[in-house]
Design a protein around this ligand. Sequence first.
Ligand code: ADP
Length: 487
Amino acid sequence: MNNQKMLIAGRWTEAASGESIEVENPGRKTVVATIPRAQSEDVNNAVKAAGSAFDQWRKVSARDRGKMLLEIAVKLEAVTEQMAETIATETGNAIRTQARPEAAASADIFRFFGGLGGELKGEEIPLNNNMLSYSRREPIGVVGAIIPWNAPVLLAALKIAPALCAGNTMVLKAAEDAPLGVLLLAKVCDEVLPAGVLNVLTGLGEECGAAIAEHPEIRKLSFTGSTQVGKSIMRAASDRIAPVSLELGGKSPSIVFPDANEDWVVDGIVSAMRFTRQSQSCTAGSRLFLHENIFDEFLEKLAAKTASLKMGDPLDEATDMGAIINKKQFTKVCGYIEDGLALPDAKLVTGGMPDTEGPLSEGYFSHPTIFAEASNEWRLAREEIFGPVLVAIRWKDEAEVIRMANDSHYGLAAFVWSRDIGQALRTAHEVEAGWVQVNQGIGQIPGQSYGGVKQSGVGREYSLESMLESFTQKKSVTVNLNIPAPD
Ligand code: ADP
């Protein structure tokens, strides 16, 4: 058995309790490893280590911290294949379409932030001639980071790289369902960083995650996960007025205008819905608003396209679409499909309940499923399913579709499809979302701030601005340049 350890103070350790948790390959329903089950004692040890390392780390020049991140990027690139296999095994994400790109993108995140060390600049404010007023960007201290399982290594990189570049130290908790890639990332970081700068724990949300959220010496919390848990993180932070960054859920609209009834848009919808990640993505365009003039024809093409996706073993290079992360999530997705099948007005266009026999019954595989004639009021159209279930809603009037798109407590991403750029941009500006894509449905790119509005979160990631605003605090220094001459 592959018994993994976690990283505290530069040492690879078991949980203080000696307890462990099993990690499963969801494509095969087999246990592939065990990880330590960290609890509050382990969190205390990790926070202590991060606190001791902070004094030295903050004094390393920003450019030198950046150089270490660049070294990590190079080392990560050298283990891309091992990382890709690890991610595919534990997440169920297909190696070709998802896991390998995630491994490469994670190295890229370290390279991007490694180059930003020199940008941690303050400002000089011209108040008057007798005074020098300037500001400094200082690190906050020990950052507590909690990440989910859907893109585990990428999301870990997105917390670690900017936080450390800015001079903070970190205690990061990996998701219990997908900790192995994050532990490999931690191993690579550990080869480069001083002990205690990065501590990586594995454990359950209510035990290890909650202990991080509540720890009085953690000065900043950065969380990616569900809106429900995000609220509990914010509540815990409010007790000690700790700043939080929250990247939460979504129920993102994809608005297709009648002039966009074309094959490239069909491909774009498949990509925006993140079907090849089993739609386990917060940015999934899971509410498809199709204009009534093209409704049936477009759906026919979309159904043919999704049916052509090859679902199967995540480690097989031929696979387009892998498995759902675990039994709990699989059961939840099935519940939504059952719900749709039971609705008298809903029309099942493609997909449906998972196979109960044959190779696809050996893992948590769910077919891409589309329900048409959906109402924006349905549970299927309001709740984040985090599985490959798309609802298609008919619309005829621009104002009406914008109203429906915005009728959600989420506001993460949105997609607009039209050859009429004026119309598309008008819509993009009206939609309540942190990120709107026009005529494409790609993933995030370093450099562009990403994050949500409404209950999809607070704060931004992926950019210089995100590093400055999420991981530094600004100090003003005001100096009297006109003190009296000595007596
Ligand atoms: P998902 O439903 O995608 O698993 P969660 O929000 O439940 O999303 O989980 C995201 C991360 O938050 C995971 O690392 C999980 O262990 C952690 N987590 C879950 N519950 C809590 C909690 N009560 N406090 C802190 N962290 C939690």
